[in-house]
Design a protein around this ligand. Structure first.
Ligand SMILES: [Zn+2]
Length: 159
C-alpha cells in the first residue's frame, strides 16, 4: 500500500514536473518575445545615430581619398594639347587616344580600340622611326588630325 501510494505520488510528481516545464517554456517564450517589443522604440530613439555614423564614415573616406584626388588632379596632364573647340565625340576620341597611349606605355596591343564616331580602328603610322597613332576620321571632328606619338604621348588636336 505504501509502495502504491509512493508510485502514485511519483506519477503525480512527474505530472507536476511536466506542468512546471510547460509553464517554464511558456514563460520563456513570453520573456523572449517581450524584449523584442520593448527594444522596438530604441532604433527610433537613436535614429540620429545611423546618419551620424554614415556621415562620419563618409567624411573619413573622403578624407582618405582627398590626398589621392589632389595628387591625381596635380599629376594628371591636361586632357589635350591645343585649343581646338571639341564636342562630346571629339572628347571621346581623345579619351580613346589616352587609353591607347597608356596601353602603348604598357607594351600592350590597342587594335581592339575603335574610334567612337566612325567605329573604325585607329591608324598607326611610322614616320622617320616615330610611331604615330591617329584618329582615322579627323575630318568628322572638323580637324586635321587627332593623334598621339612617341614624342607626344599626350593626345594632340591639330586644326
Ligand atoms: Zn576621332
Amino acid at each position: 500500500m505504501r509502495a502504491h501510494e509512493h508510485e502514485v505520488s511519483l506519477e503525480e510528481a512527474e505530472r507536476l514536473h511536466q506542468e512546471r516545464v510547460a509553464a517554464l517554456v511558456e514563460q520563456h517564450l513570453q520573456e523572449s518575445a517581450a524584449p523584442a517589443t520593448r527594444t522596438l522604440p530604441s532604433p527610433r530613439r537613436h535614429s540620429w545615430l545611423l546618419p551620424c555614423m554614415v556621415s562620419i564614415v563618409s567624411t573619413a573616406i573622403i578624407g582618405l581619398q582627398t590626398p589621392a584626388l589632389l595628387d591625381m588632379l596635380k599629376e594628371r596632364p591636361p586632357l589635350r594639347n591645343g585649343t581646338a573647340a571639341t564636342d562630346a565625340f571629339t572628347d571621346a576620341c581623345i579619351n580613346q587616344l589616352w587609353t591607347i597611349s597608356s596601353l602603348r606605355q604598357q607594351k600592350q596591343t590597342f587594335t581592339h580600340i575603335v574610334e567612337p564616331l566612325s567605329q573604325k580602328p585607329y591608324v598607326t603610322k611610322t614616320i622617320q622611326g616615330e610611331t604615330i597613332v591617329e584618329c582615322p576620321t579627323p575630318a568628322l571632328h572638323g580637324v586635321t588630325a587627332l593623334r598621339i606619338s612617341d614624342n607626344a604621348p599626350v593626345p594632340e588636336v591639330i586644326k
